[in-house]
Design a protein around this ligand. Structure first.
Ligand SMILES: Cc1cc2nc3c(=O)[nH]c(=O)nc-3n(C[C@H](O)[C@H](O)[C@H](O)COP(=O)(O)O)c2cc1C
Length: 198
């Protein structure tokens, strides 16, 4: 933790608890999620804003247990250890070009990020948690998901489920099972003048 990091989950300024209630646990209950909850997650993501309303995100989810295993196998071992319990694993893709013009959409990742957060906040509303992961085999993900890298970027994997008792985690993961700190407000929002002067 750096000197300017804020070490508690209590916000410095008054914000809606929907933001502070979201975090990324590793202890998941294995119980399957009902289809209506899965669809509600995607519905929330559907309402995210995007450049030219392109909605370049695509959430890929397993059709069956075999697909679920294949998704799991794409994760790096460190993530697979805990994500194997999560009942739902997704991959988030972003379409690289605008549908109409065919031009490169350099905001696609920004927009996919907005959709991910909508999904993650909706997860909390449903009593679930969503944990994003960059730790997966990128090259193999294109092969296994049969994604054309010219058309899509595989952005992240996401594990979703109910939070389990942290005591069920192995010791090293248990030590990490706590919401993370945040930078101080002054580090993430500045007036333009000091930046220009630098
Ligand atoms: C794009 C992205 C990639 C991430 N990759 C991983 C990962 O591979 N493994 C992991 O355990 N957590 C991963 N995380 C979770 C972050 O470490 C976590 O969001 C961050 O530390 C803030 O903590 P919080 O989500 O609990 O508030 C990732 C999060 C994001 C948004």
């Amino acid at each position: 933790m750096t000197a300017s990091t804020v070490s508690s989950r209590i916000p410095v300024h008054d914000v809606d608890c929907i933001f502070t209630d979201r975090w990324s646990p590793r202890a998941f209950k294995q119980d399957a999620l009902p289809e209506h909850q899965i669809q509600a997650l995607f519905e929330a993501a559907r309402w995210a804003p995007s450049c030219f309303n392109e909605q370049p995100w695509l959430f890929v989810y397993p059709a069956n247990a075999q697909h679920h295993e294949m998704f799991l196998d794409l994760l790096v071992p460190k993530n697979r250890r805990w994500a194997c319990k999560a009942p739902l694993l997704l991959f988030l893709l972003a379409r690289r070009h605008f549908a109409q013009s065919g031009k490169e959409n350099r905001h696609a990742l920004f927009d996919a990020g907005a959709a991910w957060l909508s999904l993650a906040l909706q997860a909390r509303r449903l009593g679930l948690y969503a944990h994003a992961m960059a730790g997966f085999d990128l090259e193999r993900s294109y092969e296994q998901l049969q994604v054309d890298p010219e058309k899509y970027t595989v952005v992240a994997a996401i594990a979703i489920g109910r939070h389990d008792s942290p005591e069920n985690l192995p010791e090293d993961l248990l030590a990490m099972e706590t919401p993370n700190d945040r930078k101080a407000p002054s580090e993430i929002a500045v007036t333009a003048c000091p930046l220009i002067a630098e």
